[in-house]
Design a binder for this molecule. Structure first.
Ligand code: ADP
Length: 363
């Protein structure tokens, strides 16, 4: 099956009544402020909801229209797509949308206009592609080790797939690597296949900042809209146990995000924050035209050399934007009003409609 063609999407968009656009998304992840922001900008809203998961969208009153499905992944079903098109919907993709719909389905089967660059989603999903894009931008990442025999200092060992960091571990030598691998296998947290695909990178000891950028393709400008740090189960529980008891408890860490704290970064690091955003937008333009287009996130650790080291990126709205549904310190400085990432997306769509440039921001 071929990929969804931009020309087909533009044809659908041509048939839309531009004075009656609906902003739609899947009921999960960042849907609350995507929909609330759309209303603030004067759009109608629709949410595609798994039956039984509608409560927040009803109780917070953010959706005009509910489209119920048995399972989230049914958002790609033809009748759901048809319904979305009949509402003149522009869909905002988020992490859960991509995970549930399936990346290939979004690329090949989802014939509904989407905000942003559909083709870039694969670049955040595959670790090698992600690394290629970030290093091409000459942004500092944790050094990667090709084989465990080379381990010469603290490293973090990661495994493929979205597993919330279960089975991830820290070690400092080849012997310790082998010991911990055996431990993780004994717990059934990893398999022999996983071991072959183990990703080993320098352990960066520092503080966590997930920096939420918005690239406005209309203005050709990168904005810093907010920052969060992650609240992760069970690692944030483990660190509340005194060291002696930690050893006795023999717990293995996992890194399942269970919440987010809003955070600000020391001001002297902001020039670098903007530089990183600008550089990534340039490398994305070269690798996967038209590039970033809308929200993206760089997940960083700041070490004691005050380096900003990027260990992961999102090439769409990141869950941590929930920490500033009513605006952040930075979005206030920029806009002087309550600007969430969701609202910023709808502002861009509104501006594009006014300038007759929807083709620049929709795929
Ligand atoms: P996943 O996306 O599989 O959950 P991440 O790559 O986000 O895993 O890593 C999980 C957590 O581990 C992150 O929140 C971060 O705090 C920490 N982490 C990731 N990479 C490193 C690293 N190189 N050095 C130190 N900590 C790291």
């Amino acid at each position: 099956m071929g990929k969804v063609k931009k020309s087909d999407i533009m044809e659908i968009l041509d048939s839309y009544d531009k004075s009656d656009i609906t902003i739609a998304t899947l009921g999960s992840h960042t849907a609350l402020h995507i929909l609330r922001g759309a209303k603030q900008e004067g759009f109608k809203t629709a949410v595609v909801c798994e039956k039984g998961k509608e409560v927040p969208y009803e109780r917070f009153g953010v959706a005009d229209e509910f489209i119920f499905v048995d399972e989230y992944k049914d958002i790609v079903k033809e009748e759901v797509q048809e319904k979305l098109r009949s509402l003149n919907a522009i869909v905002v993709p988020h992490g859960s949308f991509v995970a549930y719909a399936g990346l290939s389905n979004v690329e090949d089967k989802f014939n509904v206009p989407m905000f942003g660059n559909r083709d870039i989603l694969r670049w955040e999903a595959e670790r090698d592609k992600e690394r290629e894009m970030i290093t091409k931008a000459e942004i500092r990442m944790p050094n990667k080790y090709d084989k465990p025999e080379d381990i010469d200092k603290a490293v973090m060992v990661k495994f493929p797939g979205a597993r919330g960091g279960q089975g991830y571990f820290i070690c400092s030598s080849f012997d310790e690597f082998n010991e911990k691998i055996d431990e993780m296998k004994a717990r059934d947290w990893i398999t022999d296949d996983d071991v072959k695909d183990a990703h080993i990178e320098e352990y960066v000891c520092g503080t966590n900042f997930c920096i939420h950028y918005f690239y406005s393709a209309l203005n050709d400008e990168v904005e810093v809209l907010g920052m969060d740090s992650r609240y992760e189960t069970n690692i944030d529980g483990i660190v509340r146990i005194p060291a002696q008891d930690q050893i006795e408890a023999n717990l293995s860490p996992s890194y399942v995000v269970s919440g987010n704290h809003p955070v600000v970064i020391r001001e002297s690091l902001l020039p670098k924050v903007f530089e990183n955003g600008d550089k990534l937008v340039e490398s994305a333009k070269e690798l996967v035209a038209p590039g970033m287009n809308g929200p993206f996130c760089l997940q960083c650790l700041v070490n004691d050399d005050r380096e900003i080291v990027i260990f992961e990126m999102s090439a769409r709205i990141d869950g941590g934007t929930n920490s500033f549904m009513n605006g952040s310190a930075y979005s206030y400085i920029q806009f002087g009003e309550e600007m969430s990432m969701g609202r910023r997306i709808s502002r861009e769509i509104k501006n594009a409609i006014a300038q007759d440039k929807l083709d620049v921001i929709i795929t």
